[in-house]
Design a protein around this ligand. Sequence first.
Ligand code: THU
Length: 159
Amino acid sequence: MKSIEIKVQIHVFDVEELSESDRQLVERAKAMTQTSYSPYSEFRVGAALQLADGRVFAGSNQENAAYPVGSCAERTAFFYAQASAPDVAPVAIAIAAFTNGRYLEKPVSPCGMCRQALLEAETRYGTPIRVLLYGSNGVYVAQSMRDLLPLTFDGSEMA
Ligand code: THU
C-alpha cells in the first residue's frame, strides 16, 4: 500500500491583524449578509470577491421555495464578477454568515459546489484565489481555493 499525504496550511487571524485590503473585503462580506434572501434557512451568507484590478463584486445567498433553485453567496458574487469582468482574474474571496442575530463564531465554510466553481477560475486564469473565511473568533485564510478542494476534477482527464 502507498499513501498520499495532502497538507494544507490555514492561517488564523484576528480581524485587526489582516491587511487593510483584506479587512475591507471581510467587512464587505459581513455587510452583504444583510442582503441575503433566506426565508427558508434563515442562514444569511455574504461573499465579496476581489479581482486582480482591485474591483470587488459581492453577493449573498438567494433562496427559493423550490430549494435547489437557490444560489449560495459565493456563486452569486462569483458569477456576477465573471459576467461583469470576464478578462480579469479573481484573486480573493471573503465569506461571512449571520444567523440567530449574530455572525458565526466559527468561520463559515463554502460548500463543495462553490469550491468547484471557484477552482475552475484558478485554472482558467492561472491565478490562485485566496480564501478568507470569517468567524467572530477568527478569520481562516487559505492561499488557494485548491487548498479547500484537493484531488480536484478539472476536466483535464476528458481531453
Ligand atoms: N450557503 C451559502 O450561501 N454559502 C455557503 O458557504 C454555505 C451555504 C447558503 C445556501 C442556503 O441558502 C443556506 O446557506 C443554507 O444552506
